[in-house]
Ligand binder design. Structure first.
Ligand code: DGL
Length: 307
């Protein structure tokens, strides 16, 4: 890894993954950022939706770790050189472990959630999946920066499938979201962190249920800033605007994922490649080897890589 490398003969290849469409909310931020820079080779973004195993948030830690290592191994085989955990559940359970074992930079949003200006808040609510809430990963990250902050982590697994089904700003969505909005109001929270990458698609619905003095925070905004800083360190600072190459993969139904891409991003994609779970699961043996070498609780700051 060499931060001072220019990208003249190198290609940036990002791998993003999520259990489904949630990570597309992260992809938007990354695309907007990368399209603002000039590269000799178009950067590539490869997005894997593990739809066949969605949702992750109700799975055991062992299962989630296994999925994450299979997917990281698969990206590695496909020459990805920067990995973005566009799934907070995966990051909450496996980011530290993956960073130790990975020879490429691994980005996640949870650590970045503390990059915002937290000093103005005394009480914050984090909406996330069961696994993320149980891990307390957000609380730990936020308290590192603001030790006096009061944090409520609330599990709302039903919101994941709501978004998967394309219900963003519908009556159904608002009805389900109302109990979380009311809770935030009752608890006098000044901000809600969207602690699951599916939830930014519900922002419009949520805004309608909240008073204007409660902020909605999408941690993915801070990912772009983090990567942008690394791009500048790598001397890739010309801003001209080139489109990056996008490639999509799913372990579920390709046609269904094409529809979801249209719903979520208004993006018409001709080809979504199907990845057989049997194939991914074969990578388990590699991931088990990596797994057995884990050393827990070591935090490694991601660096930027080009290959
Ligand atoms: N979008 C993911 C997250 O940020 C996963 C949600 C799920 O599959 O339960 O947690």
């Amino acid at each position: 890894m060499n931060l001072s490398l220019s990208l003249t003969c190198n290609r940036l290849k990002f791998g993003l993954f999520d259990s489904g469409v949630g990570g597309l909310s992260v992809l938007i931020e990354l695309v907007q950022l990368l399209n603002g820079y000039e590269f000799t080779n178009h950067p590539e973004i490869h997005y894997l939706a593990d739809t066949a195993r969605c949702p992750y948030g109700t799975k055991s830690d062992a299962e989630i770790i296994d999925y994450v290592f299979q997917i990281a191994s698969w990206f590695k085989q496909n020459d990805v050189n920067n990995l973005v955990m566009a799934c907070n559940t995966s990051a909450a359970i496996a980011a530290n472990k993956l960073r130790i074992m990975s020879d490429m930079p691994v980005y996640d949003l949870i650590g970045l959630s503390s990059n915002q200006d937290l000093a103005k808040y005394s009480k914050i609510m984090v909406l996330a999946t069961n696994a993320t809430v149980n891990s307390k990963a957000f609380t730990q990250a936020l308290l590192k920066q603001e030790p006096n902050l009061e944090i409520f982590e609330i599990a709302c697994p039903e919101l994941v499938m709501l978004v998967e089904s394309g219900n963003f700003d519908t009556n159904d969505a608002r009805q389900i979201l109302k109990k979380y909005a009311d809770l935030a109001i009752r608890q006098n929270c000044q901000a809600i962190i969207l602690g699951c990458t599916h939830f930014p698609f519900l922002t419009n619905a949520l805004v309608k249920l909240l008073p204007s003095n409660i902020d909605i925070i999408n941690p993915a905004k801070y990912l772009a800033r983090e990567i942008s800083q690394n791009l500048q360190l790598a001397n890739v600072v010309n801003r001209k605007g080139q489109n990056c190459v996008l490639k999509f993969y799913t372990t579920g139904n390709s046609d269904q994922f094409k529809l979801q891409l249209k719903q979520c991003l208004n993006l018409a994609i001709n080809h979504v490649e199907f990845i057989d779970l049997n194939y991914l699961e074969q990578l388990s043996s590699i991931s088990n080897e990596l797994n057995s070498a884990f050393i827990n609780n070591i935090n490694v700051t991601p660096k930027f890589a080009v290959s």
